[in-house]
Design a protein around this ligand. Sequence first.
Ligand code: FMN
Length: 200
Amino acid sequence: MSPQNKATKSVAKLLLLAKRYSKTNQLYVSNSVKQSFCVGFLNLAVDMRKLLIIGHIPSSNTLRLREAVLCGAKKIQSEIVDLDCKTPFEANALDTLSADAIILGTTENLGYMSGALKDFFDRTYNETIEKKEGLPCAIYIRAGMDGTGTRRAIESIISGQKWRLVQAPLIFRGEWNEDFVRQAEELGEAICAGLDAGIF
Ligand SMILES: Cc1cc2nc3c(=O)[nH]c(=O)nc-3n(C[C@H](O)[C@H](O)[C@H](O)COP(=O)(O)O)c2cc1C
């Protein structure tokens, strides 16, 4: 069950208990008590955080990398962090606006980020600019031999958005190496743990 659903269920239970209690004890539930419930509900809602993972997955290796990031984040078993995992083609501006941290994954193609991730930025940039300043962000790049052009390009967009890189970009360069999976998992775990602990 998602954290939001859990919160809604908890508040519904509290309201039911209050209703039963007020009936059996002939109590009048004042407006201030009702207001406290609303404030409590808002606090619960505010405490929920969303980690958005956007990973381009054109190959089995890149799918494994994105799965590893998600798997690492799930290791935290957070009660308050909701995980959302998409491809750049599936993601939209609302996903970014509702995120509290974001992990971006792409291949390097022709010395730049994948067309898929660029398309995501092209579609969402104007709607999100100046609305998510300070958004904690991390990047992983799968590159056949380089990766620096992609890193520079994403960093430039992130800096335009005023998002905050919370970890140095990971570049999985060269021949496939099983250690990439471990590093991707650690990335997901670290960002989720930071969000869960309120460090970011
Ligand atoms: C059209 C195309 C362009 C590419 N350009 C680059 C590049 O400029 N630099 C680089 O390091 N790798 C480049 N690559 C390699 C990809 O980054 C690599 O194939 C991708 O990360 C998938 O790796 P995988 O086989 O381990 O899944 C290119 C691949 C394709 C298909």
